[in-house]
Design a protein around this ligand. Structure first.
Ligand code: LLP
Length: 382
């Protein structure tokens, strides 16, 4: 991690610290590998909507994947051309749909029959045609935490496989819809490549079937999901995009001229972000020793919500004698715990502590629970 401890010493904590050089490096790798196969990338804004990051990501020529009207606004404000924006979500409101239509976004990723009717109606009232893709639930198990698995039949997302023909028919029948193709997303933090392979196989089968029905999709969007290495952020700062895109390049039976899209979120921004905090107290319990940080679950909810693991480092005292600690926040909940029984160099009140790999779903999921202030953001690089 590229940090200047001296410059952190006087800063108020906690704050998110973003290494923009690493973000650039990650984006270059993602874009290089995707463009070898003519794949198109839409950054999943939900992973981190910090305007500085959005502006850097836009500079690398990615489109945006949004899930709310406000994300569409943020993407446009950061410079993303409206026609590179794709918009997913099971519960798009009329207001959000109207905003997206007026902005002229690239594609709605539609998730249900009633949504198709509503988009058609609103597009008619504005005198436009909406480009839509059908989000299909491929019933592929992402082998990841159950809260971030999205592509199984019991999940709320998308059309079921056996509804797709009827949904395409519906799109073709509705005069203000322009059917573009299919959209998939099976989950997040996927580290097992066979999951993507299973997705590709499922999509190949569906595509062949649709072609037989005279319904060839012009576009396919495989969503996001590529995982990052939370245990070794310095060893693996940039995810292996070559292998990831290679799976799709080697196995997806793309049709002549077909456009293939992806929506990476975590893999782009996770490793460039660190939550920097300070030790408020070290408390000796009867059975345990606690490091109490000034960051809590309001700043980073992933450990409490998904039992996620973020590497913890004592920046002030990086080496030397160690002890075993539970590292917790100040919030009045037992779930406000970042890690249990972690071996760290001896901690003292005032030490600066880093929680690594926090660039994705960190700052953007922060809340004001306990009426705490939202964490600040600081940047290295341009
Ligand atoms: N596309 C769609 C339709 C999605 O729902 C998501 C993430 C993505 C793309 C981006 O996926 P990624 O490349 O980031 O895996 N808050 C959770 C993660 C929720 C992911 C939601 N959807 C966490 O902190 O782990």
């Amino acid at each position: 991690m590229n940090i200047n401890l001296q410059s952190f010493q006087t800063l108020e904590t906690p704050f998110y610290y973003y290494d923009l050089d690493l973000l650039h490096e990650t984006l270059r790798a993602a874009v290089d590998e995707a463009s070898k196969h003519y794949f198109e990338l839409h950054y999943a804004v939900k992973a981190n909507a910090n305007p500085r990051l959005l502006e850097v990501i836009n500079r690398h020529g990615l489109g945006a994947d949004c899930v709310s009207g406000n994300e569409i606004r943020a993407a446009i404000a950061a410079g993303f051309p409206a026609d590179t924006i794709v918009y997913a979500g099971v519960g798009k409101t009329d207001r959000e749909i109207r905003l997206a239509l007026e902005a002229g976004i690239g594609c709605f990723n539609c998730e249900s029959f009633p949504e198709l009717e509503v988009i058609n109606g609103l597009a008619a009232s504005l005198g436009v045609r909406a480009r839509v893709a059908l989000r299909v639930n491929p019933n592929v198990d992402a082998h990841t935490h159950h809260h971030i698995t999205t592509g199984m039949e019991e999940n709320k997302f998308g059309f079921q496989l056996d509804e797709v023909v009827e949904a395409v028919d519906r799109c073709r029948f509705l005069p203000h819809l322009n059917w573009m193709g299919l959209h998939f997303h099976v989950g997040s933090q996927i580290t097992d490549p066979t999951v993507f392979r299973a997705l590709v196989d499922r999509v190949n089968d569906l595509q062949s079937f649709l072609v037989e029905c005279g319904m060839a999709p012009a576009e396919v969007n495989f969503g996001g999901g590529l995982g990052v290495d939370y245990d070794d952020p310095d060893g693996c700062p940039v995810p292996d995009f070559a292998t990831y895109f290679g799976i799709f390049a080697d196995h997806f039976e793309a049709r002549e001229g077909q456009r293939v899209h992806f929506e990476p979120g975590r893999s782009i921004v996770a490793q460039c972000g660190t939550l920097v905090s300070r030790v408020t107290f070290v408390k000796e319990g009867r059975h345990k020793r606690f490091v109490i940080l000034d960051a809590g679950m309001s700043d980073l909810i992933r450990p409490a919500l998904y039992q996620a693991h973020h590497r913890i480092e004592n920046l002030t005292n990086p080496s030397g004698e160690t002890a075993v600690y539970d590292v917790v926040g100040p919030i009045c909940e037992s779930a406000d715990c970042f890690d249990k029984e972690v071996v760290l160099p001896i901690a003292h009140r005032g030490d600066l502590v880093a929680l690594r790999s926090c660039g994705a779903y960190g700052e953007v999921m922060a809340s004001r629970y306990n009426l705490r202030d939202l964490p600040a953001a600081r940047f290295a690089g341009v």
